[in-house]
Design a protein around this ligand. Structure first.
Ligand code: HEM
Length: 243
């Protein structure tokens, strides 16, 4: 039920912003935009982590450069957390609304045909998303909040003691189960991003017979590059790096 008193207390502009949060298309747009924001983070994260291939000094120097941002890093991290929360909350809300609508018998069953990309990936977005959430929590706990200088993980970075994050990552990827676990999750990440990318553009109203195939192709390319890039790191370390 709409609150009819809202208009009297909330000025028009604010009300129209709030109405975005209240409508299904608005929620889809927020899910799509926050998802694209997360893709931006993941591309940056992959690019930075590629320094693992250049060895201990390169990776630790990269990590130290990030940490030297100081308070700015906290601001960026808080922003990232906010984007994660928006994405998860709105994705869950949209999925629940879709499910409720389907149970009332509104939805077309089976493949919805073009331009819809209704597929196994689209139907399982909520599950791949929740698995990625669990992965992210475990991952951050493992690396960001894992052992540091006080536990003896110390490296020399440009003549000063710094956290030996390379040793932590390299030690973790000596375990075949961690390598297999990461690799499987990265395949899911690929599927999630491939469908999420298409879906975000659709929610933003970007459908055009000429450009839509390009968006689909870009989604596939992005998914493959991210999945292969992230799988390559644990596999490379397991196969070639001994700590
Ligand atoms: C092989 C793949 C990956 C490796 C080697 C890796 C490595 C790392 C490392 C070493 C950190 C700690 C950074 C620090 O403390 O300075 C970190 C943080 C993080 N990683 Fe990953 N990562 C990988 C994949 C992913 C993926 C796929 C995601 C997202 C789905 C992700 C999300 C994050 C997040 C959110 C943080 C915390 C960032 C922060 O608060 O500063 N990582 N990762």
């Amino acid at each position: 039920m709409q609150d009819t008193n809202k208009q009297s207390v909330v000025p028009g502009a604010i009300e129209s912003i709030l109405s975005i949060f209240d409508s299904t298309p608005g929620r889809k747009i927020i899910t799509g935009l926050s998802g694209l924001g997360l893709v931006g983070f993941i591309i940056g994260h992959l690019a930075g982590n590629l320094s693992l291939f250049f060895g201990k000094d390169a990776f630790n120097a990269y990590a130290e450069k990030l940490h030297s941002l100081g308070p700015l890093l906290y601001v960026i991290e808080l922003g990232l957390l906010a984007v994660f929360v928006f994405h998860i909350v709105f994705a869950i809300t949209v999925t629940a609304q879709n499910k409720a609508a389907r149970s009332r018998g509104y939805a077309v069953k089976g493949n919805a045909g073009k331009p819809s990309r209704k597929s196994l990936a689209s139907q399982s977005m909520i599950y791949t998303g929740l698995l990625l959430l669990v992965f992210t929590v475990v991952h951050v706990w493992m690396f960001k909040y894992g052992p540091g200088i006080n536990q003896g993980y110390v490296a020399d970075v440009h003549g000063a003691p710094a956290r030996d994050l390379y040793r932590l990552v390299a030690e973790s990827f000596q375990n075949i189960w961690i390598v297999l676990g990461y690799s499987s999750i990265m395949v899911l990440l690929g599927f999630h991003i491939r469908h999420g990318f298409w879906s975000a553009f659709q929610s933003l109203g970007a459908y055009h017979p000429k450009y839509t195939p390009l968006i689909y192709a870009a989604g596939i390319l992005l998914a493959v590059v991210l999945a292969v890039g992230f799988i390559a790191m644990p596999v490379y370390i397991y196969a070639f790096v001994k700590v």
